[in-house]
Design a protein around this ligand. Structure first.
Ligand SMILES: NC(=O)c1ccc[n+]([C@@H]2O[C@H](COP(=O)([O-])OP(=O)(O)OC[C@H]3O[C@@H](n4cnc5c(N)ncnc54)[C@H](OP(=O)(O)O)[C@@H]3O)[C@@H](O)[C@H]2O)c1
Length: 277
């Protein structure tokens, strides 16, 4: 179990999709948290290793959410170096947010395991919140989502379930040395997911499968940062090839309940008005 009696839990990416939700859950239970991000205090920046040591001073455990993505080349070395520094500083309880079917993510997991930490790995499917807090919001608002992926099923996982899993792993005994593969309860194609969102939002939103060249041209027109362009290309050409078309019992194992269905996510999120224009 994590030493949460007095020491804060450092949440890397603590203002992001999963980190923000984890911070809310810990704070609600009076567990002190420290946000690890460029806007945190002390500041934490993955690109400036000199900031890492100060951010982890005096903390009891760390939630590691890498930025921009654990699938990018070099992520494993960076996460590994961070984990070894944490262990050297006496912070051994680490919970890593990872991705499924990604060579670099699985390498990062191995680095964390080899660091000597008391690790837990949350190896996650695509987040449902990519449609509401990520790069797909703009397309949904525009009424058309165009991606280079066809009838491949993805078991979208809700960020609330990931945060619940991280909360339990960090505050309850029995999770050290466990790898939880977290998926939602149903495989949906991207066309299915967009259709569910359109229905929930009461809007007409089209899904079109485009070629990789068309997708690359659209990304170039948006002038995305090169690492994001690389990442999207990698995800849509490599990872979404059917290798992740399987449901797991990870949420059930860690939380003792079923994961949230995509339709519940779509209905709840539509009610916030984020997809209304
Ligand atoms: N999205 C998915 O479907 C999916 C699926 C599986 C795994 N994952 C993994 O999940 C991780 C992302 O987690 P998330 O979606 O919860 O986070 P996120 O929403 O991408 O949030 C980004 C966070 O990182 C911080 N950040 C940005 N640049 C930073 C830097 N240079 N140094 C330190 N912090 C920085 C941001 O805060 P500041 O701006 O204040 O710095 C923010 O707190 C990635 O490693 C990804 O591979 C994602």
């Amino acid at each position: 179990m994590t030493d949460t009696s007095s020491k804060p839990i450092l949440i890397l990416g603590g203002t992001g999709k999963t980190g923000r939700r984890l911070a809310e859950r810990l704070t609600a239970k009076d567990v002190p948290v420290r946000i690890g991000s460029r806007s945190g205090s002390p500041r934490f920046d993955w690109e400036v290793p000199a900031t890492w040591g100060l951010a982890m001073q005096g903390v009891g455990a760390i939630y590691i959410s890498y930025y921009p993505d654990i699938a990018v080349p070099g992520a494993a070395e960076t996460v590994g170096a961070f984990a070894r520094l944490a262990v050297a500083n006496g912070v051994t309880r680490l919970v890593l947010l990872s991705g499924r079917g990604e060579t670099e993510a699985q390498r990062a997991e191995e680095m964390v395991k080899a660091s000597g930490a008391d690790w837990t790995i949350l190896r996650c499917a695509w987040f449902s919140q990519n449609f509401s807090e990520g790069f797909l919001v703009e397309s949904l608002l525009g009424g058309e989502v165009a991606l280079p992926v066809g009838n491949v099923g993805e078991p979208f996982i809700d960020a609330d379930d990931i945060a619940d899993a991280a909360f339990v792993a960090l505050t309850e005994p029995g999770h050290v040395g466990q790898l939880y593969e977290l998926t939602g309860p149903r495989l949906l194609s991207f066309a299915d997911a967009v259709a569910e969102i359109a229905k929930a939002a009461g809007r007409d939103i089209r899904y079109i499968k485009v070629s990789h060249d068309e997708f690359a041209a659209a990304m170039a027109a948006h002038e995305l940062p090169p690492e994001i362009t690389w990442l999207l290309n990698e995800l849509f050409t490599e990872v979404l090839d059917g290798r992740n078309e399987a449901l797991t019992d990870g949420v059930q194992r860690v939380l003792g309940r079923a994961p949230k269905d995509f339709s519940a996510y779509a209905n709840e999120t539509a009610a916030t008005g984020i997809w209304s224009n």
